[in-house]
Design a protein around this ligand. Structure first.
Ligand code: HAM
Length: 423
């Protein structure tokens, strides 16, 4: 028997309430903060991510699904959403709209990772981007949206980690400080860290290997190597977060796994878990639009993994509202003219907005009512030859196990009354 590919999952009907809950909360909050939805293709030119996310990142170097199509184009399944949104911003001339442009998405994302709880090869992100405004109050707003979103889902014990990794002016100096610090420690480093020290020393700070951790802990701090502009930006952001009552801690090892970040980086973590279970993360990427061929344009965004949200909702026993179930079941005695009436009545009720399921043909009335019980409907309608002849139907209240005969003319009004009565 075929199985879903390793690292992917089917989202079955019983999981759907979680997804609907998250997506509807995401849409509502984005509207409240003035964001509009964008959808980009699942695949893009592979070089968009090489250039945007960075050749030296795990995501691009080790995890990207790259393939050639029949036309010889090298494409990649999107390993994240930000580069695609920036590509769309440029392609559609959004720099000519009033700035900033605020966009959000809920979309599948693909990374060839080692699957484990909360880590998949296809996962889904809710993300949003603000392009065209470099003010630190925008950073605070982006963080505030994430914070509020989680709170509205029911989380109240999350922690916010914050850092500033500087800009193209001050980063080279900080790189230099890191290289100097690490120079006499290379023997102690893992293979990845050794190979990245020259090319991308920032990456060494978020290495998860036990041997590299204490060394990274004592490394020079980026926040102590910021240029005056970046330092002022970071201070203003902290001021706004305090103003908004959003608690945070500065983590000098927080650098994020994507190369486009500048200045602000942040992550949100649930309680009692190691760093890899980060529920969401984001940051400023003031150089990305230019890197992709546009004008110098500041931008910032955030994304959160929906599977990780669900994992944490379940851990904290937060249950989403149930999705709408069928309200009415239609049973019939099976004769062909009665069956036709049942089919017609099912269609009529659905057209008037009632959620209706009708019985599978060929079952006894008893079996049909058992089916109704399993579906959990409030009411069953039973049609037989006698009811047909008198232009009526039987309504059965499934909870009270009470039946009454109602004429077809009064049926809709009666159903309306019964279904709107408290349970
Ligand atoms: P990211 O931190 O790579 O950032 O991913 C965002 C979130 O997606 C993570 O915090 C995590 O919840 C979820 N996630 C990542 N990989 C997996 C996986 N393999 N399985 C399940 N969930 C996963 C970005 O992708 C950036 N584009 C965020 C951003 C937007 N920065 C600026 N704007």
């Amino acid at each position: 028997m075929y199985q879903a590919p390793r690292g992917t999952v089917d989202i079955l009907p019983e999981e759907q309430p979680y997804w609907q809950y998250i997506i509807s909360r995401a849409e509502t909050i984005c509207q409240r903060y003035g964001y509009e939805r964008i959808e980009t293709p699942i695949f893009e030119d592979a070089s968009l991510f090489r250039r945007g996310v960075g050749e030296d990142t795990d995501i691009v170097e080790k995890e990207m699904y790259v393939f050639n199509d029949l036309g010889g184009n090298q494409l990649a399944l999107r390993p994240e959403g930000t580069a695609s949104v920036c590509r769309a911003y440029l392609q559609h001339g959004m720099q000519n709209l009033p700035q900033p442009v605020k966009l959000f998405y809920t979309a599948p994302v693909f990374r060839y990772e080692r699957p484990q709880a909360g880590r998949y090869r296809q996962h889904h992100q809710f993300g949003y981007e603000v392009i065209g405004d470099g003010n630190p109050s925008v950073d605070a707003e982006v963080i505030d949206l994430a914070w509020q979103f989680y709170r509205e889902l029911g989380f109240n014990k999350l922690s916010l980690k914050l850092n500033s990794i500087g800009c193209s002016q001050c980063r080279p100096q900080y790189h230099q400080a890191l290289k100097e610090y690490y120079r006499d420690k290379t023997d102690l480093l893992c293979r990845d860290c050794k190979s990245r020290l020259e090319r991308n020393p920032l990456r060494l700070l978020d290495c998860k290997k036990p041997g590299c951790q204490p060394i990274a802990d004592n490394s020079p701090k980026s926040s102590e190597h910021l240029c005056p502009e970046c330092a002022a930006h970071f201070n203003e952001l902290k001021h706004y977060l305090e103003l908004l009552g959003i608690p945070f801690s500065v983590d000098h090892r927080l650098v994020r796994g994507l190369d486009y970040y500048t200045r602000t980086v942040f992550e949100i973590q649930p309680p009692d878990v190691a760093g890899q279970s980060t529920i969401g993360g984001g940051g400023r990427y003031d150089g990305l639009i230019q890197e992709l061929g546009g004008k110098d344009t500041p931008a910032i965004g955030f994304a959160t993994g929906m599977e990780r949200i669900i994992l944490n909702l379940k851990k904290q026993q937060i249950t989403p509202p149930a999705t709408a179930k069928p309200e009415v079941f239609i049973a019939d005695t099976g004769e062909s003219d009665v069956r036709s009436q049942a089919v017609l009545l099912t269609a009529e009720l659905r057209r008037s907005g009632i959620r209706v399921v009708n019985a599978s043909a060929g079952r006894s009335l008893k079996a049909q009512l058992r089916q109704a019980g399993k579906l959990g409907v409030r009411l069953s309608i039973i049609i037989g030859e006698t009811e047909m002849a008198s232009g009526s139907v039987i309504i059965r209240d499934m909870r009270k196990a009470e039946q009454s005969t109602v004429s077809r003319v009064d049926l809709l009004t009666r159903l309306g009354d019964l279904l709107s009565a408290p349970d």
